[in-house]
Design a protein around this ligand. Structure first.
Ligand code: IYR
Length: 227
């Protein structure tokens, strides 16, 4: 591959397969229909998922764009039963407080259609927990902090890629946000520059898994065109 030099920085030629308009319409519609079959699941089977699959999911997530290409994320993948148990215990303690006082009535009412509560059995049942950490900064060799940029946006994008990869593998996930999440820093012994972002159990759905019947907003409600 030819390396070009632009102001002293290496660039390579990017070639991308493109499609004629008919094919593009077909592909974009098919991708939408398939993505539209993704659902958040709370009832997991304990059936194991090979580590190699998790490796691939994380590598896919890590292809996301990021501010100044700093890739400000760390993924912790937990299958260890003892650690999952610790995570469940700590999450349930926080969630109990949230559901019994910390969350205002309006929030609790908004969650009723999902029928969630403070019990988080899935944290032990799902074969893998992927905990996404955002890297607020990078510790430099000289002890100085090196900046990351648009960390929230970048890690959000990586998490989106991760969910799409999980769906593509035929697995399911839950984007879980126990609050506060500091216990993950302690249990997983993460350094100060990493902050927990999302906790994503990954696995197969339980047999006869029920999910809330929900509608997605139609195009007119989510998009405005200026042509
Ligand atoms: N973190 C809590 C509450 C919760 C909040 C929202 I917003 C949800 O969409 C779902 C749950 C929990 O995980 O139960």
């Amino acid at each position: 591959m030819a390396i070009h030099n632009i102001n002293g920085f290496p660039f390579v030629t990017y070639t991308k397969e493109s499609y004629d308009e008919q094919e593009m319409i077909k592909r974009s519609a098919a991708f939408y229909e398939w993505m539209n079959t993704r659902r958040t699941v709370r009832d997991f089977s304990d059936k194991p998922v090979p580590k190699e699959v998790i490796d691939n999911l994380i590598m896919t997530a890590s292809t996301a764009p990021s501010g100044a290409h700093k890739q400000p994320w760390t993924f912790c993948a937990v299958s260890n039963a003892e650690i999952k148990k610790q995570i469940r215990k700590a999450a349930e303690e926080e969630e109990y407080e949230s559901y019994n006082g910390r969350m205002p009535e309006e929030w609790l009412a908004d969650l009723l259609p999902l029928q969630t509560d403070w019990h988080k059995e899935f944290l032990e049942v799902a074969p893998w927990l992927i905990i996404v950490f955002k890297r607020i900064y990078e510790p430099g060799d000289d002890g100085k902090k090196k900046n990351n940029y648009y960390v929230q946006e970048s890690v959000g994008l990586a998490a989106g890629f991760l969910l799409a990869a999980i769906h593509n593998a035929g697995l399911v996930a839950l984007t879980h946000t126990p609050s506060p999440m500091n216990f993950l820093t302690d249990i997983l012994k993460r350094p100060a520059h990493e902050k927990p972002f999302l906790l994503i159990p990954v696995g197969y759905p339980m047999d006869e898994c029920l999910v809330p019947q929900l509608e997605r907003k139609p195009l007119e409600d989510v998009a405005t065109y200026f042509e």
